[in-house]
Design a protein around this ligand. Structure first.
Ligand code: SF4
Ligand code: SF4
Ligand code: SF4
Length: 270
C-alpha cells in the first residue's frame, strides 16, 4: 500500500515551519543515495504558496503547501532517459543523484513544477518524502513533523481514510495520479458593507440573497453592516440586498473568478 500526504489547508496558519524544516533537513546535508545536498538558494522542495483574496478591508489569506506529488504514473520518471527516477513500493518517487546525468528532461516533464535543477552538481532534485528518515525508523518526514497545527499528515492511505474523505489532489486532470491530497481549500467569497447614506449608519440585519443555478443562499448583515458569502465556486451569481424602509438593491451577474469585495453599498430610502 502506498503512502499519501494530506494537507489540511483549513488548519494551516502560514507559519512556514514546513518549508524551513525541509531546508534544514536537506540544505548542505548529504543523504545519498536518497538525495545529494540541496543548494542554499533557488530550491523549494516544499513551497508554501500564499493566496490573498479580496481587497482591503475584506481580505482573506490562505496558504497551500506544495511539494512533489509522488505520482502513481510519474511524468518525470517516464521522461528520464537514464532510468534515474524510480517509484518505490511505498509510493515515494526518487531521483537517484548518482544516476542522474543532468539532462533536465524531468524538470520540463513535471506539470507541477516540482523538480529543481542543481547547477553546481548538474543533477535534478526534488522532495524525497524524506525516505532517508523513513528507512531509518522515523515515522514522519521532517515537514510533517515540524507542522505545529497538524495541517500536514503522512501515512498509509488506509490509516488516513477519514482525512481523505473530503480531500482531492491538485490538478488531477494531469492524469498522473498525484498522491498529495488537499482538503478545505477555501472557495471564493462575495462580501460588502451595507449602509444608510442619510443617517450615515450601517444597516444591521439587512437580508442578502445570493442566487446561482436554482440555488439561493441567504444571510444577514452583521453589527458592522457586513455580509459574507464564503466558499463559493467560480461562477456567476445574482445578489439582492433588502432592508426595511429601503429599495431593494440588485447586483446581477457577479463573477467569482476572484473573491469579490463589493465595498460600501448605500441603500436608497423609500
Ligand atoms: S509531481 Fe512531478 S516530480 Fe513529482 S512524481 Fe509527479 S511528475 Fe514526478
Ligand atoms: S518530505 Fe522531506 S523532502 Fe519532501 S518536502 Fe517534506 S521535508 Fe522536504
Ligand atoms: S508548518 Fe503547518 S501550519 Fe505551518 S505553514 Fe506549514 S502546513 Fe502551515
Amino acid at each position: 500500500m502506498a503512502k499519501v500526504f494530506v494537507v489540511d489547508v483549513g488548519r494551516c496558519s502560514g507559519c512556514y515551519n514546513c518549508q524551513l524544516a525541509c531546508k534544514d533537513e536537506h540544505v548542505d546535508n548529504d543523504w545519498r543515495p536518497y538525495a545529494a545536498p540541496q543548494p542554499e538558494t533557488g530550491h523549494f522542495w516544499l513551497k508554501l504558496d500564499e493566496h490573498v483574496c479580496g481587497t482591503i478591508p475584506k481580505v482573506k489569506i490562505h496558504y497551500i503547501a506544495r511539494l512533489c506529488n509522488h505520482c502513481e504514473n510519474p511524468a518525470c520518471m517516464a521522461a528520464c532517459p537514464s532510468d534515474a527516477i524510480t517509484r518505490r513500493e511505498d509510493g515515494l518517487v526518487l531521483i537517484a543523484p548518482e544516476t542522474c546525468t543532468g539532462c533536465g528532461q524531468c524538470v520540463d516533464a513535471c506539470p507541477y513544477g516540482a523538480v529543481y535543477f542543481n547547477d553546481k552538481l548538474n543533477i535534478a532534485q526534488k522532495c524525497t518524502g524524506c525516505a532517508h528518515l523513513l528507512d531509518n525508523g522515523y515515522k514522519l518526514p521532517r515537514c510533517v513533523e515540524a507542522c505545529p497545527t497538524d495541517a500536514l499528515q503522512f501515512g498509509e492511505e488506509d490509516d488516513l481514510a477519514e482525512a481523505l474523505k473530503d480531500a482531492s489532489p491538485l490538478h488531477p486532470e494531469t492524469g498522473l495520479g498525484p498522491r498529495v491530497y488537499y482538503r478545505r481549500i477555501p472557495g471564493q467569497f462575495i462580501a460588502g458593507t451595507v449602509y444608510d447614506p442619510v443617517e450615515k449608519e450601517v444597516i444591521i440585519g439587512g437580508k442578502c440573497l445570493l442566487k446561482y443555478n436554482e440555488k439561493i443562499w441567504e444571510t444577514e448583515t452583521d453589527a458592522y453592516g457586513d455580509f459574507w458569502f464564503r466558499d463559493l465556486p467560480v461562477d456567476t451569481f445574482d445578489l439582492t440586498i433588502c432592508a426595511d424602509g429601503f429599495a431593494d438593491k440588485v447586483f446581477p451577474g457577479i463573477r467569482t473568478d476572484e473573491c469579490r469585495n463589493l465595498g460600501d453599498i448605500p441603500m436608497e430610502r423609500i
